[in-house]
Design a protein around this ligand. Structure first.
Ligand SMILES: [Zn+2]
Length: 109
């Protein structure tokens, strides 16, 4: 993902509207690009600060942002693990079909 693409995703990320591959690519980008991270942080802080000013609660936005990023990363790891398990099941199923065919082939030869 380029910085230009990442900029387009910042608002969606802050508003929790970013999902799937775009979310993963975006997180990877902001973890490796300080400029985009700072920009995302500013948008997040601005949005949250405005919301808190309205309802008057106290806040620790920096830890909340870290929490949001860590939760999202956990979600992605969990999501990827699901994909690995699905691939494993498909591989095993494929092997069983292959063995079955080999067996039938040898048996009826
Ligand atoms: Zn960037």
């Amino acid at each position: 993902m380029t910085c230009q693409e990442s900029e387009q995703y910042i608002q969606d990320f802050v508003d929790d509207r970013l999902t799937g591959d775009a979310l993963e690519a975006f997180l990877w980008h902001i973890n490796t690009c300080k400029t985009c991270f700072d920009e995302m942080e500013t948008s997040f802080l601005l949005k949250e600060a405005l919301a808190r000013l309205e309802d008057g609660t106290s806040f620790d936005l920096h830890s909340e942002l870290k929490e949001k990023i860590s939760l999202t990363e956990q979600y992605i790891r969990w999501h990827n693990r699901g994909a690995v398990v699905r691939r494993l099941i498909l591989t095993v199923a494929g092997l069983m079909v292959a063995l079955e065919m080999m067996y039938l082939y040898l048996y009826y030869l």
